[in-house]
Design a protein around this ligand. Structure first.
Ligand SMILES: Cc1cc2nc3c(=O)[nH]c(=O)nc-3n(C[C@H](O)[C@H](O)[C@H](O)COP(=O)(O)OP(=O)(O)OC[C@H]3O[C@@H](n4cnc5c(N)ncnc54)[C@H](O)[C@@H]3O)c2cc1C
Length: 597
């Protein structure tokens, strides 16, 4: 019986989820509030570019088009087009219901919350599906405002965390935006404007941007492009973070080589690793420190940070472990040097009629427009999706902890539901892809979940690990310290606690590796040799596979199947295997296991 499955959101994560579940034989329904795919990439500031180099933000099975060959950091339009063409290439559009906003999700299974709280296993059985439990999804058509309730057995939430619910700082009475004569808007509203509209808004206006991350620097640079020295843009930051002019450091050393390789992975402790690796991480900690200093020294040399009092108090390693580094827009510090961007630090600020008062100064900073580039409340948005107050409480957890997701995908106490795209990483594309692969292995029962209490313990261990490296700057949703290699390895390592019976552990499909290939050129050699282009022997005319009534396949296609399909294919069949190497003997052994004598 086909299981019903809904995906909410057709941004990057929702599309990847859709592609992978379709491959596993599901027919999902994807609810998307907007008219098109691509999520956040539909609305960014004009100058926003990809912050990763394009190789690290590339689908494992769909490369960037040749037209983007020359570019290291594609523009936001190029990223959007790339995501759109992924949806077209894998024929995902027919699964999507556009203009369909999910208002809430209600889990109905006939059990009381007390009974559900007493479960030992996820959803009571540890299985992805439970015949008694269904999600009731309230969907609003954004054109007609009509509402309809749909029922699904499994939900994948891919609603993103950088939209819709802005993080607006709180101010004491009479010190907030209400007393200001000018205009206050969030970066979300600025990004939603078309490029010309945004330029018109800031033209010949005194602008203050509050914030220190990517949106803040991008918007400040755009204001400076429009107004130059005549109306300088002031950028106010509470905490200064390390910002990079490019992803290369001293002598062209790529940042990704220092932080996102198998070697870099040895420098950090990870829960569940062997004693030897943990000793190694301790022994290598001076090297971790040295790498951090190497990056800091380059940035201090390259950028006039000292001159403008913009040297961060936090180490580069802590910043990157908390996902708090960002790429500067082009010529940012040239604009600061010429005076069209003014940088200020302030621990506290309040509004007055004329503008802002910072650092308790008596003279206000007079301005016409204040743009709050203060981020989003992704956890509030996530919470609002659930109708049940108990699930609302479970999903977000206390303010000082992470959103408690096992493998950053599954909440131990919310059944038949997965979340993709909440956690932030160095490359969110690779992270979402990896998680979708893990999830679809679970959905097709190729791996089993531990008990709820073990999952909760695991979540806590990883959270403590994140706090260890992020320190005071630990950022709830950041898994940067684990980086892609770590995730892949740590997913691999799950085999040890999934148990021998899990077919995932001896999966033919080497799924995590396909993701690492993008980051480490040397690994490409490993796949070029044994995958992609099979060696098919040549036969004279009328003596090749075309004259044979049975089925002929290469070991590559056999290995690409999941275990169940492969077993079904060979069971009770006469199989001939041509070859004398590893694949041949392995497949012969599997045929013998399946068919005996
Ligand atoms: C300015 C900016 C720059 C970035 N740069 C990078 C970068 O360089 N590298 C990187 O790795 N990451 C970057 N990111 C992070 C980026 O968010 C991810 O890379 C990725 O695009 C997130 O995809 P997503 O599908 O998880 O979320 P989103 O892109 O937010 O998509 C969520 C989708 O869900 C839909 N949706 C939401 N709520 C509902 C609902 N209730 N019902 C129906 N549909 C709903 C939305 O309409 C949207 O289409 C950047 C983010 C921003 C904002």
């Amino acid at each position: 019986m086909e299981r019903s499955l809904a995906i909410i959101g057709a941004g990057l994560s929702g599309l990847i989820a859709c592609k992978y579940v379709v491959e596993k034989g599901f027919t999902p329904v994807v609810f998307e509030a907007k008219e098109g795919v691509g999520g956040v990439w539909n609305h960014t500031a004009e100058t926003t570019k990809l912050q990763n180099d394009k190789e690290s933000y590339q689908f494992s099975d769909f490369p960037w088009p040749p037209s983007v060959n020359e570019v290291m950091y594609p523009s936001h339009n190029q990223v959007l087009e790339y995501i759109q063409s992924y949806a077209q290439h894998f024929d995902l559009l027919p699964y999507i219901k556009f203009n369909s906003k999910v208002l809430d999700l209600d889990y109905v299974n006939g059990e009381s919350h007390e009974e559900m709280e007493a479960w030992d296993l996820w959803g009571g059985t540890g299985e992805p599906f439970n015949s008694n439990g269904k999600w009731h999804i309230m969907v609003q058509n954004t054109k007609s405002s009509s509402r309809e309730i749909f029922q699904f057995e499994f939900v994948i939430l891919c609603i993103g965390r950088f939209s819709e619910v802005p993080n607006i700082p709180e101010f004491p009475p009479n010190q907030g935006p209400e007393v200001f004569n000018g205009k206050v808007l969030h970066s979300m509203d600025y990004s939603a404007m078309d490029d010309e509209g945004a330029k018109e808004l800031v033209r010949r206006k005194r602008i203050i941007v509050i914030g220190s991350m990517k949106s803040a620097v991008d918007i400040a640079a755009e204001c400076s492009n429009v107004n130059g020295l005549e109306y300088p843009c002031t950028m106010i930051q509470r905490t200064v973070h390390w910002m990079l002019p490019s992803a290369n450091l001293w002598g062209g050393v790529k940042l990704s080589y220092l932080y996102f390789t198998r070697f870099a992975e040895l420098l950090v402790h990870k829960p569940g690793e062997t004693f030897l690796l943990s000793i190694l991480a301790t022994l290598l900690s001076p090297l971790r420190w040295a790498i951090s200093k190497f990056a800091e020294s380059y940035l201090r040399w390259k950028l006039p940070l000292k001159k403008f009092d913009m040297v961060p108090n936090i180490s580069f390693h802590q910043d990157i472990s908390s996902c708090q580094i960002a790429m500067l827009p082009e010529k940012f510090y040239e604009k600061v040097e010429e005076g069209s961007i003014i940088l200020k630090k302030s621990q506290n600020l309040s509004f007055c009629k004329e503008g802002l008062i910072i650092n308790g100064e008596t003279q206000p900073l007079e301005t016409d427009i204040v743009i709050l580039a203060t981020g989003y409340k992704g956890d509030k948005k996530l919470r609002s999706m659930f109708k049940s107050p108990i699930f609302q409480k479970h999903i977000v957890g206390p303010p000082t902890s992470t959103v408690p997701l096992y493998r950053q995908v599954i909440h131990p106490r919310i059944p038949q539901l997965a979340i993709i795209g909440y956690a932030e990483d160095f490359s969110n594309l690779l992270a979402s892809e990896l998680r979708c692969q893990w999830l679809t292995h679970f959905l097709s029962r190729q791996l089993q979940l531990p008990s709820i209490s073990n999952m909760e313990r695991d979540v806590k261990m990883w959270e403590n690990n994140m706090k260890l490296y992020g320190g005071n700057y630990f950022w709830k949703s950041c898994i940067g310290v684990f980086n892609i290699c770590n995730i892949a390895k740590f997913l691999d390592s799950k085999c040890s606690n999934i148990g021998e019976k899990s077919s995932h552990c001896r999966s033919r499909n080497k799924w995590p590796c396909s993701l690492q290939v993008h980051q480490f050129e040397f690994m490409i050699l490993c796949i070029v040799r044994f995958s992609g282009v099979p060696n098919i022997p040549e036969f004279p005319p009328n003596q090749g596979p075309e004259v044979f009534n049975g089925k002929v396949m290469h070991s590559m296609d056999y290995s690409a199947m999941d275990n169940g399909m492969a077993a079904k294919l060979i069971t009770e069949k006469r199989v001939a295997i041509i070859g004398s190497q590893k694949s041949a003997v392995d497949i012969a052994a599997e045929c013998a296991n399946a068919n005996g004598k």
